[in-house]
Ligand binder design. Structure first.
Ligand SMILES: Cc1ncc(COP(=O)(O)O)c(C=O)c1O
Length: 436
C-alpha cells in the first residue's frame, strides 16, 4: 500500500468502520481498500499515483468507462437546470418510455436508486399483488443485502451439507423468522423447481433469480432452463422475477431477457443504467406495476427516486449503448481479453474457468463445467487472492469480492491497447501463482 493511501486509510478508519463505506471495499487479496484519485476511460489512478487498468469497472456500473463526455455533458445540463430532486421533470417519463422500447417486460417502470432498493420494493410488489409471502430463490444468486433476500444465497459448504431446516441467514441482525419465508433451489435444476412449486406454489409470490449467475462466477443458464421456468411459473401462478441488476445492458440493450429470449413478469435493472450514477428500476407488466401507489395499494416512494442528474445521465447512457457498433466493440474486447486469459492459464497449467456473458465474466479457480453453486465451492480462494495481488503489482485492478467467485469486466472505453497490456499482466500473474 502506498504511503498516501495508508495515511488516508488510517485517518478514515477513525470515523468510517474499517475505513470504508461499503464492507466489501476492503480488498482481501491486497489487504487494504483501493483509494482512488481519478479515472479516465478504462484506467484509474490511486492517490499514490499508481496507474491501473480497471477490470472492476464499478462492479459493472462503469460500462462506458470513467469520465465519458456524454455523461459529463448530461451532468452539466442537470446543473444548469438546478439539479432538481424530489419532483417530476420532462425526463423521467421519457427515460421510462425508452426502457419500455428496449426491455420486453418493461411495460411500466418505477425508478429506485440502488439494486438492493429495487429488489426490496419489487419483492414487496410481488407479495402485494399475489397476497403470498414466500419467495423461491436460487442458491448462489445475490439480490442485495436487505432482510428480504440476504438469506439462503451463499451458504458455506458445511451448512449446505448439513440438512439444516431453515435457509442460511447471511448477516447478523436479520431476524430468524425471515428465513421461514425463503425457499432455496439449486441453479439449473428444473426437477428441484418442479418439486418446490408442487409443494409451495400456493404460498410463493415469486421465483427470483439472476438469469446469468454473475454472483457465483458468471454461471450460465443451461439451454432451455429459463424457458422452462417461464412455463412452470405461468402454470403455477408464481411470478417470474429476473434480477437483471448485473445483466442489464451488458450484452444487449434489452438485457438477458432478450439475450435468452425469455420474458419474465418483472425484472430489476441497475448498475450501468445511470452511466456511473446511482439509478435502478423495477420494470414489469403494466397490471403489476400499476399496483404501486398512487394507482394501487403497494407503497413505494422516496426523496431521491430518479433525480434529474441521474435521469439525464441515464438518457445519455442509452444514447451511447444504442449506437451502431457499441456491442460489437465490447465483444471484440472480450474476445481479446478472455482469449488471452485462457491461453495464459493453459500455458502456466492453472486450472481456471472463466464463464462470460456480455462485458462481464467470472474467474473461478476450479475445473468446469460449472452449473450451480455447489460446483464453485471447489474454487481455490487462496490462489485467486494471490492472483488479484499479482495483477495489482503488474498494474491491473481486479476486485476480490471476499475471495469467492464473482464477476469482473471491461468497459466500452477500454482500448485494444489497454486489453493487450492487461493480458501481459495477467500472464505474468498466472505464472506467479501457478506454483501453488
Ligand atoms: C444481481 C444483483 N442484484 C442486486 C444487487 C445489489 O445492487 P446494489 O449494490 O446496487 O445495491 C447486485 C449487486 O451486486 C447484483 O449483482
Amino acid at each position: 500500500m502506498g504511503p498516501r493511501s495508508k495515511e488516508l486509510w488510517d485517518r478514515a478508519s477513525q470515523h468510517l468502520p474499517g475505513g470504508v463505506c461499503s464492507s466489501t471495499r476492503l480488498n482481501q487479496g491486497l489487504g487494504f481498500p483501493v483509494i482512488l484519485d481519478r479515472g479516465a476511460g478504462g484506467r484509474v489512478w490511486d492517490v499514490d499515483g499508481r496507474e491501473l487498468i480497471d477490470l472492476c469497472c464499478g462492479h459493472g456500473a462503469a460500462l462506458l468507462g470513467h469520465g465519458h463526455p456524454a455523461i459529463a455533458a448530461a451532468l452539466t445540463e442537470a446543473s444548469r437546470r438546478g439539479q432538481l430532486c424530489a419532483s417530476e421533470t420532462a425526463y423521467q417519463g421519457e427515460l421510462a418510455a425508452r426502457l419500455s422500447e428496449l426491455i420486453p417486460c418493461a411495460e411500466m417502470v418505477r425508478f429506485t436508486n440502488s439494486g438492493s432498493e429495487a429488489t426490496l420494493h419489487a419483492l414487496r410488489l410481488c407479495r402485494g399483488v399475489t397476497g403470498r409471502d414466500k419467495v423461491i430463490r436460487v442458491e448462489g444468486h445475490f439480490h442485495g443485502y436487505h432482510e428480504g433476500l440476504y438469506i439462503g444465497g451463499h451458504p458455506p459448504a458445511e451448512r449446505l451439507a448439513s440438512n439444516a431446516r431453515d435457509p442460511y441467514i447471511e448477516s447478523a441482525g436479520i431476524p430468524a423468522s425471515f428465513a421461514k419465508l425463503i425457499l432455496p433451489v439449486p441453479f439449473n435444476d428444473l426437477p428441484a423447481v418442479e418439486r418446490c412449486l408442487a409443494a409451495h406454489a400456493h404460498e410463493a409470490c415469486c421465483l427470483i433469480l439472476e438469469p446469468v449467475n454473475f454472483n457465483s462466477g458468471g454461471l450460465l443458464p443451461q439451454p432451455g432452463y429459463l424457458a422452462r421456468l417461464r412455463e412452470l411459473c405461468t402454470a403455477s401462478g408464481v411470478l417470474l422475477f429476473f434480477d437483471e441488476v448485473q445483466t442489464s445492458f451488458k450484452a444487449s440493450p434489452g438485457g438477458a431477457q432478450v439475450d435468452f429470449g425469455v420474458t419474465p413478469d418483472l425484472c430489476t435493472i441497475g448498475k450501468a443504467l445511470g452511466g456511473g450514477l446511482p439509478l435502478s428500476a423495477i420494470c414489469g407488466r403494466a397490471e403489476l406495476l400499476g399496483q404501486f401507489k398512487p394507482t394501487g395499494p403497494v407503497q413505494h416512494s422516496g426523496t431521491f427516486n430518479a433525480p434529474l442528474l441521474n435521469v439525464l445521465a441515464a438518457l445519455a447512457f442509452l444514447d451511447e449503448i444504442t449506437r451502431p457498433g457499441f456491442y460489437g466493440h465490447l465483444a471484440a474486447l472480450g474476445d481479446q481479453l478472455l482469449g488471452g486469459l485462457q491461453a495464459a492459464a493453459t500455458r502456466h497449467g492453472v486450472t481456471l474457468t472463466a464463464p462470460r456473458h456480455g462485458a462481464r465474466f467470472g474467474l473461478v479457480f476450479a475445473p468446469g463445467p460449472l452449473r450451480r453453486y455447489d460446483d464453485v465451492l471447489a474454487h481455490d480462494r487462496a490462489r485467486f487472492l494471490a492472483f488479484v495481488r499479482a495483477c495489482w503489482e503488474r498494474g491491473v485492478w481486479f476486485h476480490d469480492y471476499g475471495g469467492s467467485p464473482c464477476h469482473h469486466g471491461w468497459s466500452a472505453a477500454h482500448t485494444a491497447a489497454d486489453i493487450a497490456a492487461a493480458v501481459v499482466a495477467i500472464d505474468g500473474a498466472l505464472a506467479a501463482v501457478a506454483g501453488g
